[in-house]
Ligand binder design. Structure first.
Ligand code: AHG
Ligand code: MN
Ligand code: MN
Ligand code: MN
Length: 334
């Protein structure tokens, strides 16, 4: 009956982060907690803005291109401004790398101790069709003694202290890792709170789903073509893999985390270093997948998190998902 179904002890994101902080004991300065609170405000406000986009005519092109050559949507620009302002006002962010900003952004925040890399609106080419988009983020702590410069972000992904995304679907889903597992939260718009809905999320060890833009197969390495073709044949269980491709990385990765399977965006003769950007797409998703018990590797089968970007918008080919599928890819193409 009604009484039993009411959860009277819900774990909000704020409570969860404070509990995580307490687990760290004296080592925790509370700064990451404050930063994550500013991040969650940005997600709530972007979610609100996207929901109203149709009403206030925010759909459509802004008429300019960004540093990576993408046509900017109005919501790319608005999401970017909301995110940057939330980071600036947090008081403890010194640097921001954004897909929508050509150069590194340095705040004159005294004491700012974090660098945040973000893709404010991922999947924006799908926005006008109402397909789920999201915000992807990765957090570095400034190098010891640094007052905030490019060296704080041109680092290996293994140095990230937090990463995740918020997918703006039917509900807003925040998937977060601070280095000890992945936890999923769903925005309760009435409370204005992210509620813990996927505690200690682990990706299934294997699942017969592959997710890749086959429209690029003409440009792929022959080994990639052969591997994807092999998935279309009946496997040991007599059934071929299913194909699922949304075209928003956040939506394709969210499905992969929850259902299992393989997501890939390989480099090819058209995009020689791949399409997805290392700092604010590949690294955060790779950290999440590894923390959920999955893998994320380059076209050569090397760990994505071990990459070292030379420029803030550098790209990489990426294969991520269940251990079973990523291992199959590595075996088939080594
Ligand atoms: P963004 O919208 O942030 O520029 O990212 C788009 C990316 C990513 O979301 C998705 O996986 C990929 O573009 C899809 O590319 P294709 O349309 O070439 O498949
Ligand atoms: Mn873009
Ligand atoms: Mn993106
Ligand atoms: Mn984007």
């Amino acid at each position: 009956d009604e009484q039993k179904s009411i959860n009277t002890d819900i774990v909000t994101l704020t409570r969860f982060i404070l509990e995580e902080q307490r687990k760290l004991g004296s080592r925790a300065t509370g700064e990451l907690t404050l930063l994550l609170n500013s991040l969650q405000f940005a997600f709530k406000y972007i979610a609100h803005t996207i929901r109203r986009a149709e009403l206030v005519n925010l759909i459509g092109l802004a008429g300019v291109q960004n540093a990576t050559g993408d046509d900017q949507k109005k919501l790319d620009v608005i999401g970017d401004e909301i995110f940057i302002n939330a980071m600036k006002s947090s008081g403890n962010v010194k640097l921001v790398v954004s897909e929508e900003q050509e150069d590194l952004i340095v705040f004159d925040t005294p004491g700012g101790n974090y660098a945040v890399c973000c893709d404010p609106i991922d999947g924006s080419s799908n926005l006008d069709a109402g397909v789920s988009v999201g915000t992807i983020f990765g957090v570095f702590k400034l190098l010891p003694g640094s007052t905030g410069n490019i060296k704080d972000v041109l680092r290996s992904g293994t140095e990230l202290v937090a990463a995740g995304y918020t997918m703006y679907g039917a509900s807003a889903h925040l998937m977060l890792t601070t280095g000890n597992g992945v936890n999923g939260f769903t925005l309760d718009t009435n409370l204005g709170e992210f509620i813990l809905t996927h505690p200690k999320l682990k990706i299934p060890k294997t699942r017969a789903i592959y997710s890749i833009n086959e429209g690029n197969s003409h440009y792929w390495d022959p080994k990639t073509v052969a591997f994807i073709e092999s998935l279309k044949k009946p496997q040991e269980n007599g059934k071929p893999y299913s194909a699922r491709y949304v075209g928003s990385m956040v939506a394709d990765v969210h499905r992969t985390l929850l259902y299992g399977g393989l997501f890939a965006y390989p480099a090819d003769t058209k995009s020689k270093t791949g399409k997805l950007r290392i700092l604010y797409e590949c690294f955060p998703m790779a950290m999440l997948l590894e923390q959920a018990g999955g893998r994320a590797v380059t076209d050569k089968g090397e760990r994505i998190l071990d990459l070292l970007p030379k420029k803030i918008h550098d790209r990489s080919g990426i294969w991520l998902g269940s251990e079973g599928e990523v291992n199959k890819f590595i075996e088939a193409t080594k």
